[in-house]
Design a protein around this ligand. Sequence first.
Ligand code: CMC
Length: 429
Amino acid sequence: MPADSLTITDNRTGKQYEVPVTHNTIKSMDLRQIKVKDDDFGLMTYDPALLNTASCISKITYIDGDKGILRYRGYPIEQLAERSNFLETSYLILYGKLPAKAEYDEWVHNIKFHTLIHENIKKFMDGFLYDAHPMGMLIGTVAALSTFYVDAKDVNNPTSRQKQTYRLIGKMPTIAAFAYRHSVGRPYVYPDNNLTYTENFMSMLWKMTEVQYKANPVLAKALDVLFILHADHEQNCSANAMRSVGSSHVDPYSAIAAAAAALYGPLHGGANEAVLRMLDEIGSKEKVPAFVESVKAGKGRLMGFGHRVYKNYDPRAKVIKTLADEVFEVTGRNPKLDIALELERIALEDDYFVKRKLYPNVDFYSGLIYQAMGFPLEMFPVLFSIARTVGWIAQWEEMLLDAEQKIARPRQIYLGEDTRDYVVMSKRK
Ligand code: CMC
């Protein structure tokens, strides 16, 4: 009997089965042979929310949730946050290695070459109401891009995929900034390709009448680091959406619109917006204990706390906490920081949170920085989307090139009605 195997006894039949164990995992399809009768469908696994199912083999991002470790392609997130920049990290995530100088220069050039959007996209964005949520605008506009780039349908063509990668990473900040300018009624600012990726984004957001926008270097660096921290996070809800929708071989703009929609929810990328609303609702440091008690009593969640994978301090939250001090030196301290620090202090000492291993996640402090920098709450998930676009594309590409992947199509356990005959309306009770 091979050591790397599992012996399963089916007590319904007394039969035994040998199932190989690879990477601490058994293949669900190996269970299909387990049947009571020959014409049975075979054994399945039941895993709502995919709590214990590896849906792919990946080489992009590694997380050890118990130890609080996050690495992109093997490089610790702390080193990348300190020494890399967002576009270099994006190259690493997409192509699996840090670029040499010439590769980096070409990469940056190609992204900058695709920052402009078609004038009709601008008109499309004009159609939204003045108070449209910018995340709704982003999702709709990215989906609309698929009608502008019909070559994107050719998902099996590496040259086409490369082109859409440049376009998506190049245009996301432009769409995001236009959504913001639309909401505040200011004219759109076109990209300035003499600036860095992050500075250009800030220029498109905040440039007024000056000839060239000069970003505060501390804030530009902080935003760039936040982009690095949000660039990928293995099989999260939106990456799963990207892979699942992309597995139908739809174009990447449509798939990214789906992924961004998944990110929009308050349990995922909408959490940093929800954290700030929660801090507003608490109002002052003194009210923190009562709020924590209400969470423990089941009246809502402590937003920005807890994670499916991290059962330790989220390493991204640690980096962000340090970053916050640097940003607040420029912008002034966000008064809500005191409430957040008190929440963290009380929660980390409280049995409810300790027992469930609930620690601050990436969203607990990021919103405080974004707000101090001048972003309205509605822009928070939009910022997350700019960075996560890189991860979505990397996950999509990996899925497409994986010979074991097929269209994502889970099974179900049907417990509904058995067959019954249609009854005309006049005879229904
Ligand atoms: N506040 C209070 N209780 C919580 C929280 C929280 N934030 N998170 C989990 N719990 C409790 C939950 O009630 C459950 O308790 P019990 O066992 O008594 O029923 C236990 O902890 C396990 O929770 P779960 O819902 O089974 O955990 P999950 O892995 O399904 O959910 C989560 C993960 C992130 C959705 C959840 O922790 C949560 O809702 N957090 C708040 C929202 C948030 O901050 N989301 C951002 C996630 S990080 C950024 C990203 O990747 O998008």
